[in-house]
Write a protein that binds this ligand. Sequence first.
Ligand SMILES: [Zn+2]
Length: 263
Amino acid sequence: MRYEGVLTKMSTELTETVQYYLVFEADFLNVNQILDKKISLNFLRYQCLNCGLQKKIFRQGYCYDCFSSIPQAGSWIIKPELSTAHLDEEDRDLEFEKSVQLKPHIVYLANSSDVKVGVTRKTQIPTRWIDQGAHEAIEIVEVPNRYLAGITEVALKNHVGDKTNWRKMLTNDVKDLDLVEVRDRLKQFIPAEAMEYFLANNKETEIHFPVLEYPKKVKPLNLVKTPFYEGILKGIKGQYFIFQDGTVFNVRGHEGFVVELGI
Ligand SMILES: [Zn+2]
């Protein structure tokens, strides 16, 4: 079978084992069903997720011109503490920024290799945790806007990491931690403005990924350097395909790439 389309990050569903879907314009594929099968990836061309033009992808699936101008790629996306919609101040498009930033946000702890702190909109739980390949996660605060979440994250970063070690995540070199204990220990560092939003009673969410076999070492596939690859799919974790030979493919890192997928 052949599928052709522009890659976007996989949709997911938290069931006993996470279900993954590749969604193309005219088709979708439950990736769990092709585990243990030989699949091929063939990079055909770029297609910017915003303008649709065949231009080199710069970041987040966008060409350079779109990345530099559209509100969906403002710097407050990566750095929530730069959010200003709560002050009625525009970055690129105030209406858009209000529609995203002035919504309930969660600051959380997620453990994908070591525990890290992160921010997401409440509606993105547990999607965000799955995308990071976290096998356990817990909420710390639920605040009414992105700015408050951002300053809380900045304060907590001084006491816990904020990066995922994707090599450890993909080789399953992970620890099982008591996130309730970590949350309670970090409470004292929450900024005063956000303290009333502390969530004292949440429990850990456990996430199980569809992986038949973890590799001992991983090598990332970059479709710019290697436009064709073929291998046996042994698992899916985070937004990565894991192949039998240790090759790992970051689907999200290839948003805006038009590929032909052969099964
Ligand atoms: Zn574009």
